[in-house]
Structure formats: structure tokens, C-alpha cells
Design a protein around this ligand. Structure first.
Ligand SMILES: N[C@@H](CCC(=O)N[C@@H](CS)C(=O)NCC(=O)O)C(=O)O
Length: 217
């Protein structure tokens, strides 16, 4: 079995994939792609051949000869191929739909507008400062978190959906990392903070943390 994850330590989409791989207790080779240095290795010929969208992560499973981008597709692929020790996407149809919707609140509606290429574009086209960009990120993360906090009132226990870890937690925790990075006041979101505190005690989440990656600066 040869699994590879091309990612970047501070990329929240890569962080999601790392958590999923760790929960499934899979051995994988982490291949750093430096998004920041010299304009970004995501634009190198080598990486562009692998992922023409110039984004991380990219996941490779040699045994199945598959190259996958999009962290949500990667997580679902891993979840279907390796069912143990737990399912991240619930088996029950209604639970599955709810978990996917929650995860997409983050992966589709929050993270994309705070992505590096958006911030670079704001900077080069509209001359935004680093402080403007941090305000931008805080605004969009808080906007998303307000809805997520309300949703959690109906579902939360130790984790987003009761006492079972799911893809919702896998997506939420990297977004909390980003929120803290951009100075979001997390006391506004006690349920999100509770889930983050619980998840961050688990080894799979600890090992996936940005600061614990080989390419962390
Ligand atoms: N929807 C994609 C998003 C991937 C993404 O936005 N990756 C970011 C890091 S979190 C990236 O590679 N950014 C590089 C850039 O903006 O140039 C996924 O979930 O995999």
C-alpha cells in the first residue's frame, strides 16, 4: 500500500485530509508543497502536472492508480476504502446528508473566500494591506461560524454530531485553527470551541496539527 498526500502545513484543506488519514490509522507519505516560497510550488511544472488547479492537497493511492484533488473527495474516498476503525460519513442516509451539509458549510462557504490566492488577489488588485486581509478573513469566518454555532445547538455532544466523530469534525477543527490564526474571538462560539477542545485531545488530530508537520516553519 503506497499512499501519498501532497500538502502544506498551514493549509486547512490539507489538514482535513491529514486528520482523516490519521483517524483511519493509515501510513502515508507526506509530500510538502510550499505555497509561500518563490511565488508558490503549487505552480511548479511538476506539481501542475499532478494538480492543474494549483491547489493542495493532492492524494495519491498507488495501488488503485488514483490521483485525487479536493479534500472532501479525498476524505470520502478514504472513508469508503478503509472502513475501520470508524466511519467518518455516517451509513444512515439522513445522518450522512446532515454531516455532508455541515462539512460543506465550511469547505464550500468559509474556507474558499479566505484562501491564499484570494488574499493575494485582494493585495495585488485592490492594494489591500495584511491587516485588511486579516479583517476580511475574520469577517467571513465569523459569518460562517455564527451559522455553525446555531446548528450545533441541535446536534452537539462531545463532537459536532453527538458522541461519534465524523467528517464534520474533520472539517471544523482546521477552520478553528484558521480562525485563531486570524484573531477571531472564539468566546463568541462556545460550542465550536468545545468540539475543538475535545477533538484536539485525540492523537489523530494532534498528529495532523500544522505545527507538527515536517514543513512547519
Ligand atoms: N476545495 C479545495 C480547496 C483547496 C485549497 O483551497 N487549497 C489551498 C490551501 S488550503 C491552496 O492550495 N491554496 C494555494 C493558493 O491559493 O495559491 C479542497 O477542499 O481541497
Amino acid at each position: 500500500m503506497s499512499l501519498y498526500l501532497h500538502g502544506y502545513w498551514r493549509s486547512s484543506a490539507s489538514y482535513r485530509a491529514r486528520i482523516a488519514l490519521n483517524i483511519k490509522q493509515l501510513d502515508y507519505t507526506y509530500v510538502p508543497v510550499n505555497l509561500a516560497k518563490n511565488g508558490g510550488a503549487q505552480f511548479s511544472d511538476e506539481y501542475s502536472a499532478l494538480n492543474p488547479a494549483h491547489l493542495v492537497p493532492t492524494f495519491v493511492d498507488d495501488d488503485e492508480d488514483i490521483f485525487l484533488n479536493q479534500s472532501m473527495a479525498i476524505i470520502e474516498y478514504i472513508d469508503e476504502r478503509y472502513e475501520e476503525p470508524i466511519k467518518l460519513v455516517p451509513i444512515h442516509r439522513l445522518d450522512r446528508a446532515r454531516v455532508r451539509a455541515f462539512a460543506q458549510d465550511i469547505a464550500c462557504d468559509v474556507q474558499p473566500v479566505t484562501n491564499l490566492r484570494i488574499l493575494r488577489h485582494l493585495n495585488t488588485t485592490f492594494q489591500s494591506s495584511d491587516e485588511d486581509n486579516a479583517n476580511w478573513c475574520r469577517h467571513w469566518i465569523e459569518t460562517g461560524f455564527k451559522g455553525i454555532e446555531k446548528r450545533l445547538t441541535n446536534t452537539v455532544a462531545d463532537y459536532c454530531f453527538g458522541f461519534d466523530l465524523s467528517m464534520a469534525d474533520v472539517c471544523l477543527i482546521p477552520q478553528v485553527y484558521n480562525a485563531e490564526r486570524f484573531g477571531v474571538e472564539m468566546s463568541q462560539f462556545p460550542l465550536i470551541q468545545r468540539v475543538a477542545d475535545n477533538c484536539n485531545q485525540l492523537q489523530a488530530f494532534i498528529d495532523a496539527k500544522p505545527e507538527n508537520q515536517v514543513d512547519a516553519i
